[in-house]
Design a protein around this ligand. Structure first.
Ligand code: HEM
Length: 516
């Protein structure tokens, strides 16, 4: 009997465990787009859809018929986060109760290649970074510099490149072109450097490639346990090993630019760019804080390196993504393309009469005031926000405007991409590319501050917003007025998982000279 009970009891226990687990694996509370399994939570759905999260989130919101849902990890994993596209929640988190929703320590660890740059810090460190960046971005000198940069990169690099492609009849990847343009304008604005990444020979550029690689490596960190990627980094293996090499390249370039800029400034050679502005304002700050030296921040080369890397990362991909989706949307919406061309034609004729040179170059100051072009860009950014999600952490327990309860330490994912696709936020025609929704009866631009989040909202609103519109308009006008962009047929255009909203396989196009 003893023997029997010795083997019987454990067997029953194991059988019970297997049944329990099996029920858990198969028992699910399901909507069309997401499963909640008893022990695994929604992890299987999450993993299955991790390559196109923004699209999947949208499907889940639609299938549940509400603007928030929780992702639960396996039992005991302590993984639970809220995904929300509810506009009232987003406004509350980003603006009304801003201090309760920092990015959080986990975010900082994942984004650690960025050091203490603005993108990566909270509280006082962020306030300091924000103050310095804001001073630089709002200065009159910087605004003049910007329109000059757009104008010169468009005239001297983009147009010759497109003329060449049109004449050769070759196929190009528009996403790659936008990325090269964005790199060049950002390098000029941030370091005052002419990188010439966008040129006919399509040169390689180790810095541009290293920056792109770091972003991919950061993205991969989101998809695996922290201990795993930290171990890989410790041993310098796999993607983490490659990321270390990319960081070395970035650091070598950045420290060289910083040292060169310091030498130039001390020799009285002054250029205006964001790095110069930071160096100058950091020496003023240092001067002010020498008395409290032990607690005050250090404005050394590491500080400048971190600050500049955040600006490069913040600017480059978002701008490239915004441009690429815009040109794609316009190329497949003839009525919008026609209206943009009419607006540009009226502007050009008012300047030069009816005789246009080809290729035409627009003055940044003139195109800044174009209403329809601005509306079309807003509409494109609404549908394809270059930063499709934003992540926050909860400090104190609170009930959000839609009734969702969030607890300390919990992560919240703000699903910007989905906001535009909810009829209860943007109306029944929300999926249409319709710039007219941005223009009122008097022909003036409308604002939708409480439901348009591509540039964030509240105290952490994007500092490069105006700069981006200047660049976007310069490229949009130059490309659309001078060329027809023909998207090659048979491409399945869809977003892929990335920190910025990229097209999964780029966008193959042909360029043809446009006759106005
Ligand atoms: C179409 C282009 C752009 C879009 C859609 C965009 C969007 C955004 C978004 C959503 C954020 C918030 C990110 C977060 O909190 O994690 C952000 C932050 C920021 N952006 Fe942009 N951005 C664009 C271009 C640029 C450019 C060209 C620059 C300048 C180089 C820039 C500079 C910044 C900075 C400095 C921040 C940090 C603000 C802070 O944390 O206080 N952005 N941007």
């Amino acid at each position: 009997m003893d023997n029997l009970s010795n083997s019987f009891i454990p067997s029953i226990f194991i059988l019970f465990l297997i049944c329990f687990l099996s029920i858990g694996l198969f028992l699910k509370k399901t909507s069309k787009a997401i499963d909640y399994r008893l022990f695994l939570g929604s992890l299987p759905s999450l993993v299955r859809n991790s390559n196109h999260l923004p699209v999947w989130y949208t499907e889940v919101f639609c299938s549940l018929g509400k603007g928030s849902f929780f992702i639960d990890g396996p039992i005991f994993s302590n993984l639970k986060y809220l995904v929300t596209c509810n506009d009232k929640n987003i406004e509350y988190i980003l603006k009304s109760d801003f201090n309760n929703f920092p990015k959080g320590p986990k975010f900082k660890q994942i984004f650690d290649p960025l050091g203490d740059g603005i993108f990566n810090v909270d509280s006082d460190a962020w306030k300091l970074q924000r103050r310095m960046a804001h001073t630089a971005f709002i200065s009159g000198e910087f605004k003049v510099l910007l329109s000059n940069i757009s104008g010169s990169v468009v005239k001297d690099q983009l147009l010759p490149f497109l003329v060449h492609v049109a004449e050769a009849g070759s196929v190009i990847d528009l996403q790659e072109l936008c990325s090269r343009f964005a790199f060049d304008v950002n390098m000029k604005a941030i370091f005052g450097i002419h990188a010439n990444y966008l040129s006919i020979e399509l040169p390689s550029n180790d810095l541009a490639e290293a920056v792109a690689f770091i972003q991919e490596a950061i993205l991969h960190r989101f998809t695996m346990p922290m201990s795993f990627w930290k171990l890989m980094r410790l041993f310098g293996i796999g993607r983490e090993g490659e990321a270390l090499k990319a960081l070395k390249i970035i650091n070598a370039h950045f420290y060289e630019y910083i040292s060169q800029k310091r030498i130039n400034l001390s020799n009285g050679v002054k250029t205006f760019d964001l790095l110069s502005s930071y160096i100058e304002s950091s020496s003023t700050q240092e001067h002010k804080t020498t008395t409290t030296a032990s607690s005050s921040p250090k404005y050394d080369d590491k500080f400048l390196r971190d600050s500049m890397l955040s600006l490069v990362i913040a600017g480059k991909n978002a701008l490239a993504s915004g441009l690429n989706w815009f040109l794609w949307l316009v190329s497949k919406t003839q009525i919008v393309e026609k209206k943009i061309l009419e607006e540009l034609k009226v502007l050009m004729s008012s300047k030069t009469g009816m005789l246009f040179e080809w290729p035409c170059v627009f003055d940044s100051n003139d195109i800044n005031g174009l209403v329809y072009l601005h509306a079309a860009l807003c509409e494109s950014l609404r549908l394809y926000p270059p930063i499709p999600t934003n992540s926050k952490t909860v400090l104190n327990e609170v009930v959000l405007p839609d009734g969702s309860l969030v607890k300390p330490g919990m992560k919240i994912s703000l699903a910007f991409y989905s906001v535009a696709r909810m009829p209860w936020i943007w109306g029944e025609d929300c999926l249409e590319f319709r710039p007219e929704r941005w223009i009122d009866d008097d022909g003036k631009l409308k604002r939708y501050d409480s439901k348009f989040f591509p540039f964030n909202l509240g105290p952490r609103t994007c500092l490069g917003k105006d700069m981006s519109f200047t660049h976007l308009k310069a490229v949009a006008a130059a490309v659309l007025f001078n060329f027809q962009v023909q998207v090659l047929e048979g491409q399945n255009v869809r977003p892929r998982a990335s920190i910025t909203l990229l097209m999964e396989k780029g966008l193959e196009v042909k360029i043809q000279k446009r006759v106005i």
